[in-house]
Design a protein around this ligand. Sequence first.
Ligand code: SF4
Ligand code: SF4
Length: 391
Amino acid sequence: MARDRPDRPEAFSEEHCVLCGRCLEVCPLFAATRREELGPRAKALLAQLMEAEPPLTPRPAAARLASLCLGCGRCRGVCPQGVDIPDLVARLRREHPGFATWVWEQALTRARRTWPLAARAAGLAPEGLSPERLGLTLKCLAGLRPGQGPGRWLTVERFPDQVRGRDALLFSGCLAENVFGHWKAAARRLLDGLGARVAEADWACCGDSLGKAGLARAQDRARARNIEVWREAGRPLIAVFCATCLSGLSDYAQDPGLFADRAEAEAWISSLAPLSGLLKAARFVLSPDAPKAVAYHRPCHADRADSDFELLSLALGPGLVLDTRGQCCGFGGVMQLAAPGLCAEVAARCWQALSKGPARTVLTGCSACVVQLRASAPEGVLVGHWLEIIS
Ligand code: SF4
Ligand code: SF4
């Protein structure tokens, strides 16, 4: 059941910012630009100013500042006051929707038609015709075409029996559903190898990116649809291979209105499983042509344990040389459309860390991180989802 949304803005901040600045230390946008007006503290202050009647900040300025957040959530984890900046930003975006938000909504809710088309169009755009500030966004779109990955050089020699015979659904996420079908096929092969009984499912977007863009009604519809799919399938295991999707799906449990009762919300959480976690007891063999060194990019939305990293550590051993925790790729969702130049600055900082080691192959477990890192990678560096290396 979808939540009712008020027509009037909610009070922006129940917990008040005390301007301590702790969030500045973790904000990748501030780290890349050193511009305090782009950081979380400025957004907390903006939200407080917007609470005044009449608002003390001009609406166009509020809309612009609200569009400049990557939604990484790092600030939320360190605030001693419990201020939830991504949530404040989502509310501001909801109250001040701009063109970028509209485009983002079309991209996520009509992904099946728009993404393959946009990828082809971006690939055809002559460099000279691309405005400089759109360069990275066009590269992201062009990178939606398959065939640019790190190649297959890891084989599963033995699968564990943990989920053998168990009913399961595969949640692939918007990118794998609409453009990276080879990720979905690889995940499906692994689930078959694990012996799970996988049924087809017609999922909607996980809703995470819609919610961060302030598109609450679209997020509610997507969440309600997904819970219905799961119920109709008999509430089976849901295997997920995108860290951001897994985080977005896990967040459903924080909204009791979505579920029949608490027990169903708990059953939802118990059903979610990172695909990498199901493979931890598998035995892997590296091909002779496997790269000697591989860097790992930890997505902002990976949970603390990060089972993708754990799996790669087990499978690659000492070949896994670098984990860029602390760095954000700079994809940013709706911000990619509102300020691609700033997203590129964050990506450049991430690549400074990734380029420290000898690795020329970078793996990660988030769909959006793959797109952003591929679009911003230095010449000769291969970027891929970890699924792509498994034959
Ligand atoms: S950490 Fe919290 S209280 Fe401190 S400046 Fe940031 S938002 Fe304000
Ligand atoms: S969500 Fe990320 S980018 Fe946005 S203000 Fe917080 S730390 Fe900065």
